[in-house]
Design a protein around this ligand. Structure first.
Ligand SMILES: Nc1ncnc2c1ncn2[C@@H]1O[C@H](COP(=O)(O)OP(=O)(O)OP(=O)(O)O)[C@@H](O)[C@H]1O
Ligand SMILES: [Mg+2]
Length: 425
């Protein structure tokens, strides 16, 4: 016969004690399980970060007493920082650098930076692993105010702003490579917007001419409109003719000015130094030249079209288009290679990371590369390591390799653009 409720209540205290003990044990058990998972204690132990037992043991073979090194671990998260405040004493920051790939796999997060901090109560410093902390979305309205000549690229994983200096550091040629929908056009839109809004704010909009080449013909309508730029679709022969004509003229003006400067022994560090009211000679204006969908016109494998004896209008048009495209490629190479100090800004973007997919331009002339996801082999060719082989590099996340370092970057979202990045018109 089962006990009645009345009988059970007589042993109330005993029951409460039993439930509390069982509850506390279960809580502790699950807490340990959870904690162990979150901090991967087993794996950290396997990496040698700590040993949790101290023992003097007898080595049976040698007959000598051996002391087992023991250490405790204290590891915790603070926002995006993983902090080790107690670990194997033999370890220092270098060991953590070496363990970086293991720790990244273990915690499933990119480690952006490793620093250390003194702890007053210990001779052992805290090791701080700063992991990536990109916000869900980063908007153009959140960027700082710029000075003229700065290109705003985005934020790095530690929320630092990444800003390139066109005038101060000659960071004026950018190559953006990423698969469709990776956010190239959005990034370019943001760069243009922040750059030209800064000019506008300082009443200097007339200093740069915005020129866009983009076969899609949709992604830059607003900025071209707002900042009085020119929009060309190079697949159209008329557009290509006009665009190449303008660039050809710019090159001629630059060459003439170069010759003049040389003859007069003037050597400005940057041409902005001679773009002043007092300058008595002509200095060409500055171009802000954007080439999106580059593979569409510089894709390799197009051989020169042959003309028949009595060429048709169609043949002539194809020949002219071919010749103009070649010239266009040479011009872009010229601007990328030789115009660092003239003030030109050149931004080229395309989908394929494969250099052999292009006749032009020469990737070598682009010290600043902003790249999105690709395979390990292409990644090594482009930036020297495999960090582009990463499927978290999507929608506005890139790796930027400038002349100093390689960093992950999140670009600001500027405006909704048509086409939605699927390459369709
Ligand atoms: N910085 C960003 N933050 C959030 N979402 C973004 C960001 N950049 C792009 N996206 C999203 O990704 C979509 C595709 O972007 P975008 O059109 O720029 O890609 P793309 O690389 O130019 O593609 P395609 O090669 O097809 O032209 C955008 O419509 C937007 O929804
Ligand atoms: Mg695009």
């Amino acid at each position: 016969m089962s006990p009645t409720v009345g009988e059970l209540l007589k042993h109330k205290e005993a029951l409460i004690t039993v439930f509390s003990v069982v509850g506390a044990t279960l809580f502790y058990f699950f807490y340990r399980l959870y904690r162990g998972r979150k901090y991967h204690l087993k794996e950290l132990k396997a990496l040698g970060l700590y040993q949790d037992n101290t023992k003097d043991v007898m080595n049976e073979k040698t007959g000598l007493r051996e002391r087992r090194v023991s250490s405790k671990i204290k590891v915790y998260w603070k926002a995006n920082k993983l902090i080790f405040s107690k670990y194997n004493r033999a370890y220092g920051i270098k060991n953590f650098e070496n363990l970086k790939p293991n720790l990244e796999t273990l915690f499933g997060k990119k480690i952006e930076l490793i620093t250390h901090e003194k702890q007053w109560w210990s001779s052992q410093p805290k090791i701080i692993l700063h992991t990536e902390s990109f916000p869900e979305k980063f908007l153009l309205s959140q960027i700082p105010s710029l000075t003229v000549g700065q290109l705003f690229i985005g934020i790095d994983a530690l929320m630092n702003f990444i800003i390139l200096e066109v005038i101060k550091n000659f960071e004026n040629t950018l190559l953006i490579i990423g698969p469709k929908g990776s956010g190239k056009s959005v990034l370019i839109n943001s760069i243009i917007r922040s750059f030209f809004q800064t000019l506008l704010k300082h009443n200097r909009l007339n200093e740069y001419q915005l020129i866009i080449a983009d076969n899609k013909g949709t992604d830059f309508i607003e900025v071209v409109d707002e900042f009085k730029g020119s929009y060309y679709q190079p697949f159209n022969l008329g557009d290509l003719r006009e665009l190449v004509g303008r660039l050809r003229q710019h090159k001629e003006e630059i060459e003439a000015t170069l010759a003049f400067l040389k003859a007069n022994k003037i050597s400005p560090r940057h041409w902005d130094e001679i773009r002043t009211e007092d300058t008595k000679f002509y200095v060409p204006p500055k171009l802000f030249l954007v080439l999106d969908e580059m593979k569409a016109y510089f894709g390799s494998g197009k051989s020169a079209p042959k003309l028949s004896k009595d060429p048709t209008a169609d043949e002539l048009a194809r020949k002219e288009k071919y010749d103009l495209t070649q010239e266009f490629g040479h011009l872009v190479n010229f601007f990328a290679e030789q115009c660092r100090s003239t003030g030109i800004v050149l931004i080229c973007a395309s989908q394929s990371p494969n250099k052999s997919d292009y006749d032009y331009p020469d990737f070598i002339n682009f010290p600043i590369l902003i790249a999105s996801q690709t395979n390990a082999q292409q990644s090594i060719q482009l930036i020297g390591d495999t960090s582009l082989n990463d499927n978290t590099l999507t929608r506005g996340k890139f790796v930027i390799r400038d002349e100093i370092e390689t960093r992950r970057v999140l670009a600001p979202l500027s405006i909704k653009i048509k086409g939605d990045g699927d390459g369709s018109k």
